[in-house]
Design a binder for this molecule. Structure first.
Ligand code: ATP
Ligand code: MG
Length: 574
């Protein structure tokens, strides 16, 4: 019998009784399997997780029919507490998971184990081990509420791993992690899977999911749309143009079959290594020549600012948080135009840096000039007219009763007239695709929606500089596309757009300039092609170039390629 059995489950949240989040779902999950779950926003992924962990119906109110059993126990007839010993659940938003009761990271991880009365040595051993697995052993003595977003996400994961529950339910556990960190977490979870743990993991990261899961479920509209091996499911989804982010390695395999360089019946590559092997077999290692001319170089930064100050000028900016956390260690930058993506490992200082761009944080040394105004000498309210910042965690920003009010607040905040505020609100709602949810309470919406609402409310401030801190984390493929279009449109309007992101695919597509941070300093700064080509330097700060770029390097191309098209153009020349 399946370890987890879901039988004809329909569930509607009480905030949304007319549209069930899960509709007549039935499926079994076997002991020791690794099930990946994906799908667009609101498809029912998180609800399925909550169902398995008992949060539906014990924590979320609503109408439930059907039955769920975990190891023979009916989840409706037990408690979350009892289930927690069997099912560990990592929430979508790590900020919701932290207990708020611990003074150090170690205490936080030990918290549940202590409640369960484990012996001291066992607690210490497990805490240490799970912090290592989550890659934050060096933060053991830090305060859990004073971590970066990615560090918090790692802590939430570590707290659950420490419990060693037989079943791990992980709702987008790597959405805020740097690329090498995401690899490590997938590796750590796979290792537990190999040891016999059962894993259910929701993600939009299909490249990693396909490489690790043995089964992939695509949810759609509260139902299971596909359920099979990752290869079967991704091929079907790709063939039907389904809006999930099909990995580039698969597109490479498809292209090779289309141009008949590989027999269409040969098994499609699914991982980076498989794609690399296939390409090398077809093309060999190609001679180093410059095979195509990349799109014309961007106007070099600085051309337009000979006689005037850039919009944002940072001079040797340092920021030290209490208890000697040196988050920024001397950053000098001129930011004036285009889309600037900021990359770097968790804790590198990205969020700290962008909070200096609107005066929310002031340098502890050095200075920041915002449209020529020294941030230390002006109030945040004054600076807000120049720079709008959407936070990494949207919940730090949302407090109105409806989406519409929330979005309008941005405009009111900078003193727009009622008519102008109205126009700005409508435009932001349209741009962020919020029309269908405009009358809803932000808190009744899922995290990806709340993020869009927070961004929309920054757009209505209509500032010349727009800063987005990890806008794509947790967004589905249509959401990422919408953000891409937004960024392009803002740049067209001659705004400066600064985007903090771990998403190298987004970066290669939309950045005009890439600034990479490493331990509070600038490691690289230049055009995307130049920066993303530097695999070794990037790895110091846990960033990895896109798969397609690495494939080009593996084949020996001397130019950095950034897309499947560019790769094939180079190869056809060779
Ligand atoms: N409120 C705070 N108090 C003390 N230290 C903090 C605080 N916020 C962040 N830090 C620390 O400052 C450093 C930089 O954090 P920051 O949030 O800027 O990183 P980040 O690059 O945005 O990381 P992530 O990718 O995880 O979001 C980290 O070591 C972090 O733990
Ligand atoms: Mg951050």
């Amino acid at each position: 019998m399946s370890l987890i059995r879901i039988e004809n489950v329909t569930f509607a949240y009480s905030s949304q009784p007319e549209v069930p989040a899960l509709k007549d779902v039935s499926c079994g999950i076997e002991r020791g399997s690794f099930v990946g779950i994906t799908g667009v926003t609101d498809a029912g992924k998180s609800s399925l997780c909550r169902l398995i962990a008992g949060y539906v119906p014990h924590f979320f109110d609503g109408e439930l029919s059907g039955r769920v059993t975990v190891d023979g126990i009916d989840t409706a007839k037990t408690t979350i507490g009892e289930l927690a010993e069997k099912v560990g659940f990592v929430f979508e938003s790590p900020f919701d998971q932290l207990t708020g009761a611990s003074l150090t990271v170690t205490e936080e991880v030990a918290f549940a184990l202590e409640n369960l009365g484990f012996p001291r040595e066992e607690i210490e051993r497990r805490a240490k081990e799970s912090l290592e697995r989550a890659g934050i052993a060096d933060l053991a003595d830090r305060h859990p509420q004073r971590l970066s977003g990615g560090q918090s996400q790692r802590l939430a994961l570590a707290s659950v791993l420490a419990m060693q529950p037989e079943i791990l339910v992980l709702d987008e556990p790597t959405s805020q992690l740097d690329p090498l960190g995401a690899d490590e977490v997938f590796e750590a979870v796979s290792e537990m899977h190999r040891q016999g743990y059962t894993v259910v993991l929701v993600s939009h990261d299909l490249e990693r999911l396909a490489a690790h899961a043995d089964r992939l479920i695509v949810m759609e509209n509260g139902r299971i749309r596909w359920d099979g091996t990752p290869r079967e499911v991704l091929l079907d989804a790709a063939a039907s143009g389904y809006p999930i982010p099909i990995p580039d390695v698969l597109r490479v395999g498809q292209r090779l079959r289309e141009i008949r360089r590989v027999d269409p019946h040969v098994l499609m590559p699914l991982t980076f290594e498989e794609a690399a092997t296939e390409l090398t077999r077809v093309f060999g290692v190609v001679p180093a020549i410059s095979p195509f001319s990349p799109s014309p170089a961007q106007k070099s930064i600085g051309d337009s600012m000979e006689n005037k100050l850039p919009r944002l000028l940072l001079e040797d900016v340092h920021h030290t948080y209490p208890r000697e956390v040196h988050a920024l260690r001397g950053i000098s930058l001129e930011l004036d135009e285009g889309c600037v993506c900021i990359l770097g490992q968790n804790g590198a200082g990205k969020t700290t840096l962008v909070k200096h761009l609107n005066g929310l944080l002031r340098p502890t040394e050095g200075r920041v000039l915002i449209e020529g105004k020294d941030s230390r000498e002006h109030r945040v309210a004054q600076l807000a007219k120049h720079v709008g910042l959407a936070f990494q965690n949207p919940d730090d920003q949302l407090f109105h009763g409806t989406v519409e009010e929330e979005v309008r607040f941005g405009a009111e905040n900078v003193g727009a007239t009622p008519e102008h505020a109205e126009r700005l609100t409508e435009s932001a709602i349209r741009r962020m695709g919020l029309n269908e949810v405009r009358k809803k309470k932000p808190y009744d919406l899922g995290l990806p929606w709340r993020k869009r609402v927070a961004i929309a409310s920054v757009l209505t401030m209509d500032t010349p500089v727009v800063v987005l801190d990890e806008p794509t984390g947790g967004q589905d493929a249509p959401g990422v596309q919408l953000l891409g279009e937004l960024v392009r449109a803002l740049v067209e309007e001659e705004k400066l757009v600064v985007v903090v992101t771990h998403d190298v695919e987004f970066t290669r597509e939309h950045a005009d300039r890439v600034v990479v941070l490493y331990q509070g300093r600038v490691l690289l700064d230049g055009e995307p092609r130049e920066v993303l080509g530097q695999e070794e330097t990037l790895s110091r700060t846990h960033v990895r170039p896109p798969a397609i770029t690495r494939l080009g390097k593996r084949l020996g191309l001397d130019r950095t390629v950034l897309s499947v098209d560019e790769l094939f153009r180079s190869l056809s020349w060779a």
